[in-house]
Design a protein. Structure first.
Length: 127
């Protein structure tokens, strides 16, 4: 996937999360939510690239929290062991991405990925 397409998806996803549900804008931008979800399941490397584009383009803590609790969490849920090394490297050089990671919550059963994410973010695991 080329960078222009990644940015188009990222920009739409940001607009989606800045709009009110049930609004025309929300409905017009919902395709980006579906696209990222599909990428996570079918092209997880492209999904991570779109996630990184979102983090780079956004300037809003709410959007970063939604990014962490949504696409990043889903990516880590399905492909955590395959992506945790890349996530750690990216978090060291990308502060916004690291802030988004603070909103990721995984099942503590996923111990190695869960522990590594908590180490990156310095989050306390939930009780």
């Amino acid at each position: 996937m080329d960078q222009d397409k990644k940015n188009k998806i990222a920009e739409s996803w940001i607009r989606l999360h800045n709009s009110k549900q049930d609004s025309t804008e929300y409905e017009n931008e919902f395709w980006s939510f579906e696209t990222i979800d599909e990428l996570i399941h079918q092209e997880p490397n492209d999904a991570l690239e779109v996630i990184l584009a979102i983090a780079e383009l956004c300037n809003n803590e709410k959007i970063l929290a939604n990014l962490g609790a949504g696409p990043i969490e889903d990516l880590m849920l399905y492909f955590g062991p395959e992506f945790i090394d890349r996530v750690e490297v990216e978090a060291k050089k990308n502060l916004k991405f690291k802030r988004a990671l603070k909103s990721v919550w995984l099942d503590p059963e996923e111990t190695s990925v869960w522990q590594r994410l908590n180490k990156i973010t310095k989050n306390e695991p939930p009780l």
